[in-house]
Ligand binder design. Structure first.
Ligand code: 5GP
Length: 208
């Protein structure tokens, strides 16, 4: 695709435990035109995570002041913590000529559909609820209470799927990543995202 295409906001949502982070990491590795939007969160950092890479980890006061100053494109409470996408993060990617991938919960996704009506929206689901439970247990980061809470939340969250453009089932990571790559390729080929390239072609060799 020409470099002049209009840059995309890609919203990826999935109930926790679906394997979205793994699939997102794979797509980001394969797709040189796609950058991850690093959200702000008040939740504590987990083992293996890095500040500024997985999230910007901030305290409540910092989060409050960002809300007050209008720094967020959206923010939401998820599992009793706050998470937000800063407007600056999206702008930075677009200024660098990159599409931007947002890994956000359904409340945030729906808010962003209003801010970015042309966003490409993808909802990822597990192949079954039994498999989701197995994956949550296997992760070993939540106790039994938290697992049953997350399963309940997952059922509610799946209710948002129909508001998204695309549904991807994460049965096997490679297959889910391939499905998303195909969606992104298709979206990049939309004429509506390539107006400037079309005009540029028309202008080539024009004699005035
Ligand atoms: P985790 O704490 O497991 O990394 O993420 C918990 C949930 O928060 C996930 O569903 C993730 O998609 C969501 N999340 C991460 N960043 C954001 C954000 O900036 N905004 C919103 N609304 N949700 C987010």
């Amino acid at each position: 695709m020409p470099e002049t295409n209009d840059k995309m906001v890609v919203i990826l949502t999935a109930p926790s435990g679906t394997g979205k982070t793994t699939v997102a990491a794979k797509i980001l590795k394969q797709d040189a035109e796609l950058t991850f939007s690093v959200s702000h969160t008040t939740r504590p950092i987990r083992d293996g995570e890095q500040d500024g890479v997985n999230y910007h980890y901030v305290d409540d006061a910092t989060f409050d002041s960002m809300v007050e100053s209008g720094a967020f494109a959206e923010w939401a409470h998820v599992h009793k913590r706050r998470y937000g996408t800063s407007l600056r993060e999206v702008e930075r990617s677009h200024e660098a000529g990159q599409d931007v991938l947002l890994d956000i919960d359904p409340q945030g996704g729906v808010q962003l559909m209003e801010t970015y009506p042309d966003a490409v929206t993808i909802f990822m689901v597990p192949p079954s609820m039994i498999e989701l439970e197995r994956r949550l247990r296997g992760r070993g980061t939540e106790d039994e209470d938290q697992i049953s809470t997350r399963l309940g939340v997952a059922r509610e969250e799946i209710g948002y799927a129909a508001r998204y453009d695309y549904l991807v089932v994460n049965d096997v990571v490679d297959r889910a990543a391939d499905a998303i790559a195909a969606i992104l390729q298709t979206e990049r080929n939309r004429t509506s995202r390539n107006g400037s390239f079309i005009r540029e072609l028309q202008a080539q060799g024009e004699t005035s």
